[in-house]
Design a binder for this molecule. Structure first.
Ligand SMILES: Cc1cc2nc3c(=O)[nH]c(=O)nc-3n(C[C@H](O)[C@H](O)[C@H](O)COP(=O)(O)OP(=O)(O)OC[C@H]3O[C@@H](n4cnc5c(N)ncnc54)[C@H](O)[C@@H]3O)c2cc1C
Length: 336
């Protein structure tokens, strides 16, 4: 176990606002986790690619850094991987592609840890974590033991799960179980992959996803960002048809429950905010849904930019944009 004091927040968030974190505890096994003297529930962090610290944080942070992987073959073509939460997600995707195990190749280059993947049910290019999840091992602060949750118990939704809802603050994910297959299962429906042949290899998909992502998204190691800042809003079909009368070009994807998901990037772009800069924060030129920190961004500027975007979109379309990124105040509470 490592206990670090007075840490620069820039090391723990890919948005890199300059502030301080009072205590960061890193634990790499469950035995030590069970021994920890936890009085108030600590804040759980992975690699900080979906987290922004707005203010100096007094509450302790805990990170599970175990990275062990074990595999079991349930059928000739089905491999169950048990992966500890501290493993890097993209590294896992890359390892499985090297081994020709199908299932998560579309999720290449998503930053962050394996432990965070179930929390917002990460997704891209037509695949979500939920599609391969067999279980999630959750260590509860209260019972000091691991509970194994089935995908149904995880209540996966669009960028959502029980870990963001009822179980938020109750414990930490220590491992996940995912099922992959040696049988080819290409998912090519998404724009960017639809030009690949149905017979393409897993490496073709992996390479294409990486190339497409690199052409659209800034590398967070070069330009500080947390990926898509807002969720794509979901509205009723009636609201969508009403809006289409005024904005005929407005895109929308009809969902199974007869609602419509509208691309937040389109809404922001239409407000002329592509490349918009407020002091040292702004909307990325190639993808305005990604907010960036040019280097010396402040929480005041970031909050002003969020408000400006939300106000413009609400005024034009009566749609509220909800942040996908976790914004934390000095007590570790969600800000917006
Ligand atoms: C350039 C860029 C592109 C991105 N693209 C995508 C994308 O295509 N699709 C997508 O879904 N996301 C995307 N994201 C968001 C981000 O990669 C994911 O949300 C990722 O899962 C966050 O991982 P993390 O370890 O950095 O999480 P953190 O930011 O450290 O934490 C995120 C949340 O998970 C919780 N958490 C972390 N670890 C654990 C654990 N062990 N147990 C319990 N809770 C935990 C935290 O408490 C917090 O609520 C992108 C981000 C960036 C910077």
């Amino acid at each position: 176990m490592h206990i670090l004091h007075d840490q620069p927040a820039e090391f723990y968030s890919t948005f890199r606002l300059k502030t301080r974190l009072a205590t960061v505890i890193e634990v790499d096994n469950v035995t030590e986790l069970a021994r920890l003297d936890i009085t108030s529930s600590p804040l759980v962090l992975g690699e900080g690619s979906n987290t922004i610290f707005l203010e100096p944080l007094s509450r302790p942070i805990i990170r599970f850094t175990g990275t062990a992987i074990t595999e079991s073959w349930l059928h000739a073509d089905k491999c169950l991987l048990h992966v500890e939460a501290g493993y890097n997600w993209h590294q896992l995707v890359s390892d499985t592609v090297d081994r020709q195990l199908w299932g998560i190749e579309n999720l290449a280059l998503i930053p962050g840890s394996v432990g965070a993947a179930p929390v917002q049910n990460i997704g891209a290019y037509g695949i979500e974590f939920a599609d391969v999840c067999v279980y999630v091992d959750f260590f509860s602060w209260r019972t000091r033991s691991i509970q194994r949750l089935t995908p149904e118990q995880c209540q996966f939704g669009y960028r959502d799960s029980i870990f963001k809802q009822q179980l938020s603050g109750d414990g930490i994910i220590v491992a996940v179980g995912i099922m992959l297959s040696t049988t080819a299962k290409p998912v090519l429906s998404y724009q960017g992959l639809d030009r690949l042949a149905a017979t393409c290899s897993i490496n073709d998909i992996f390479d294409q996803v990486i190339a497409t992502r690199k052409s659209k998204l800034p590398d967070y190691r070069e330009i500080a960002n947390c990926g898509s800042f807002f969720k794509n809003p979901v509205i009723s079909v009636a609201e969508y048809h009403q809006l289409k009368l005024t904005y005929p070009a407005m895109p929308g994807f009809i969902l199974a429950d007869n609602t419509v998901k509208v691309p937040a990037a389109w809404l922001i772009d239409q407000q002329g905010l592509k490349g918009y800069r407020l002091h040292d924060v702004g909307c990325y030129l190639r993808q305005p849904l990604v907010l960036i920190n040019y280097g010396n961004g402040t929480s005041e500027d970031l909050l002003a930019l969020i408000t400006l975007i939300q106000d413009k979109v609400r005024t034009a379309y009566r749609i509220h944009l909800e942040p996908e990124v976790r914004l934390l105040d000095s007590n570790g509470h969600q800000y917006v």
